[in-house]
Write a protein that binds this ligand. Structure first.
Ligand SMILES: O=C(O)CCC(=O)C(=O)O
Ligand SMILES: [Fe+2]
Length: 271
């Protein structure tokens, strides 16, 4: 789902992209040192070789809830990072609330049903540098987002693909727009009416791509199950009830980041 009329000021998005580009252009050793000293995660492309595939991206992740507390552990450099990214996250929260309310309405759920359990849990930003041979690397392996919704700003370069009707389909880039992905948790609540689509990122040899994904998740203690109003005798629940916390633990949805993402803890407290 593409959102163009989103009222997020263009300069808030532009500043966020610029500050991230600046961060990613810092020397790898410096970013790694910074990340270890505070509470966020950094992975440079050279550290990736997952399941035999080479991934061509630099990536940072940090928790965003509760915002005022989390941002104390965000990158200290570039110096304006915290101001710029917290302004961005506040706008995404506002946009996310509106979208969740519209989805609640569309599904026929009571007002605020989704918004009440949701929070902007974490942000992950990626830099996909130009890749000398895009046939040998992927930007990001295929996956589902385990969110309610993910609000993605995909910059100005294409690369995102969605698996549809047995094929990978490129998602076109519309300047200054967001893409809203349905996460698995919303698929469950909608009892399968809304589907979470598998997606991945491919690389290109010409231009760098900067993308910002913000995950609007259920709070850890909320019980995720098909909404009562969507279930009846001819539409039995397709998914069992499970707290989001238990889902994350059972599915290892966020791997080593689970603690950090679930509780807003600094990344060094992973284990
Ligand atoms: O970089 C992108 O366009 C997609 C990122 C993504 O799918 C994710 O972080 O879950
Ligand atoms: Fe994703």
């Amino acid at each position: 789902m593409k959102v163009t009329n989103h009222e997020v000021p263009e300069n808030v998005i532009g500043e966020a992209v610029n500050v991230l580009k600046e961060l990613f252009s810092m020397p790898t050793e410096e970013i790694t040192k910074e990340a270890n000293a505070s509470g966020w995660v950094y992975m440079g492309s050279t550290t990736f070789a997952v399941k035999g595939a080479h991934l061509w991206r630099d990536n940072i992740k940090h928790p965003c809830h509760p915002l005022e507390e989390c941002l104390q552990n965000w990158p200290r450099k570039p110096i304006r990072y915290r101001d710029v990214m917290s302004a961005y996250i506040r706008e995404i929260r506002r946009l996310g609330t509106r979208i969740l309310d519209l989805i609640s309405e569309g599904l026929g759920l009571e007002n605020g049903y989704l918004e009440r359990i949701s929070r902007v849990q974490f942000m992950t930003a990626s830099n996909y540098p130009p890749c000398p041979d895009p046939t040998l690397a992927l930007g990001l392996l295929k996956h589902l987002d385990h969110s309610l919704i993910t609000i993605l700003f995909q910059g100005n370069a294409e690369g995102l693909q969605v698996f549809k009707d047995g094929k990978w389909i490129g998602v076109e880039v519309v300047p200054n727009s967001f893409l809203v992905n349905i996460g698995t948790q919303l698929e469950i609540i909608s009892n399968g009416k809304l589907r979470s689509a598998e997606h991945r990122v491919v690389t290109n040899s010409e231009e760098a791509r900067t993308a910002i994904a913000t995950f609007i998740n259920p709070s850890p203690d909320s019980i995720i199950e098909p909404a009562q109003t969507l279930v009846n005798q001819s539409n039995p629940p397709l998914y069992p009830p499970l707290s989001f916390k238990d889902f994350v633990i059972a599915s290892k949805a966020f791997g080593p980041y689970t603690n950090s993402i679930q509780n807003g803890l600094p990344s060094k407290n992973y284990a």
